[in-house]
Design a protein around this ligand. Structure first.
Ligand code: TYD
Ligand code: MG
Length: 458
């Protein structure tokens, strides 16, 4: 086959024949880069199979009933919160992508996991294209890594990494980061989408054929997406995002895709000088600095994956200057806030039209569920009326445009978590009333925002 050049968008992976200033698929400017197709490898080399048992041969399709149930004994990474996000450990032969901003702690976490697996399961190969063995060792000393069989490979050449994998047959592979790895078979520059895709695909075949769990570290771009996202996210088995505020010590890992577990599962860590420490009870962490008795603060109970978490939502409403009211939301969606303020204005008659409204989820958490609506509205109303919400009350519920409070999922889980943390009263949607009785916690069922505010701020 003759090699041919074409142009690939570096942000979405779309291909064009000619160079264009703007990608026709994702509208990114100046993102097309020239790439060259590699001549197809001759004969058998081109045939690759995802089947992990080489003995089965490649004799075409198999009957569903005949496929043996593979033993999916998950490998524990020795870090509870990370195991939880993956659905109880990592599945052998799976490829996991861990994305996050620079400096958030990706390398730290994976080095910790590598050391634990090396201690309890078997040898681990940690390939780094960003740091030298020496630098990794300096970090490892801080993390207290002992004499476990942890092999470091400072290498960016994909073929050499694959060679090392085949030779060592480790129990776990970590590639930090996928953007630095390049294949000599492709002519495009390291970090280009073609190279990233090639690296991910080759490592996928490696992971599946040797049945070794593999972690890829992925950098995110300025606007928060993984570089080359479309190209990678459908190749890998699981995508985890590492989130957190640079100025706060806690970090959250979220699964956004998981072929072997629940999605949007959450793990919480605290960054200390001895690395990342799992936080077993996040509600306590997020409520630690709550100012009870101050107006504008409400406790809401959200559910992330299968885990209920109580967070404090704070609101401050102050008189706006010159008629251009400011609305600032952090930790919640700005548009959702605008909608809820309109409901307050129209359905409850609480005027915030000319006021500046600031809403914040304390501790840097992000809440995207509609179940947070009632908590947000309660905090805003409490600030407007300048009266505090009783400290032992938690709320949740979705708000509709007519000012009605709608039922939400997993209500019982939320109430249980609140009761466990000593909350004595929960304001819940009426639709959820039946499913939520918990000893020691009064349930106040409400149908409308008006009723809820009467109960919360009498
Ligand atoms: P790192 O894992 O290098 O981030 P990434 O690989 O995502 O770019 O994390 C680096 C940050 O973590 C750095 O700012 C220092 C901090 N850190 C600690 O606070 N404690 C520690 O024990 C370690 C190793 C790092
Ligand atoms: Mg790093």
């Amino acid at each position: 086959m003759k090699s041919r050049t074409y142009f690939v968008c570096q942000s979405c992976g779309a291909q064009t024949q000619k160079w264009l200033g703007r990608c026709p698929e994702c509208d990114a400017w100046n993102s097309l880069v020239e790439e060259r197709t590699a001549p197809a490898p001759p004969g058998d080399a081109a045939r690759t199979s995802l089947s992990s048992s080489s003995s089965s041969g490649s004799s075409g399709a198999q009957l569903y009933a005949d496929v043996e149930m593979a033993r999916m004994d998950r490998v524990s990474l020795g870090i509870d919160e990370l195991d939880r996000v993956l659905g109880g450990g990592v599945v052998p032969g799976s490829l996991v992508l861990l994305g996050g901003e620079p400096g958030i702690g990706k390398s730290t976490l994976l080095l910790q996991a590598a050391a634990r697996v090396a201690e309890s399961v078997g040898p681990v190969l940690y390939c780094s294209g960003e740091e030298s063995e020496h630098q990794i060792k300096v970090r490892g000393e801080r993390l207290g890594i002992g004499r476990a069989p942890l092999y470091l490979l400072a290498e960016t050449c994909l073929e050499r990494v694959l060679e090392e994998i085949a030779r060592r047959q480790p129990a776990l592979i970590i590639v930090d980061s996928v953007q630095t790895v390049f294949s000599v078979k492709l002519q495009s520059a390291p970090g280009s989408i073609g190279q990233i895709r090639e690296a991910a695909t080759q490592l996928l075949f490696g992971a599946k054929s040797h049945n070794i769990p593999t972690f890829l570290v992925g950098h995110v771009t300025k606007d928060g997406a993984l570089a080359g996202p479309k190209a990678l996210e459908h190749v890998v088995d699981a995508v985890l995002y590492f989130e957190g505020e640079r100025f706060q010590s806690h970090r959250v890992i979220r699964a956004v895709k998981n072929r072997f577990g629940a999605v949007s599962e959450l793990g919480v860590f605290e960054m200390t000088d001895a690395g990342l420490v799992p936080v077993a009870n996040p509600s306590q962490l997020f409520l630690a600095e709550r100012s009870t008795g101050a107006p504008g603060s409400a406790v809401l109970c959200c559910v992330e994956g299968s885990r209920p978490i109580l967070v404090e939502v704070q609101a401050l409403v102050s008189t706006g200057a010159y008629g251009n009211a400011r609305r600032t939301a952090s930790g919640i969606d700005q548009h959702r806030l605008a909608l809820l303020l309109a409901v307050l204005e129209k359905r409850v008659g609480l005027s915030v039209m000319g006021d500046d409204v600031f809403v914040n989820i304390a501790g840097g958490m992000t809440v995207s569920e509609p179940a947070a609506d009632l908590g947000i509205v309660a905090a805003v109303a409490s600030s407007v009326k300048n009266r505090p919400i009783e400290a032992h009350t938690a709320v949740f519920g979705e708000i509709g445009l007519a000012g009605e409070v709608r039922g939400i999922s997993q209500a019982a889980l939320r109430v249980r978590e609140a009761a466990q943390l000593g909350f004595r009263r929960c304001v819940v949607p009426e639709a959820n009333q039946d499913s939520t009785d918990s000893p020691g916690c009064d349930i106040v069922a409400v149908r409308t925002v008006d009723e809820a505010l009467d109960a919360l701020i009498p």
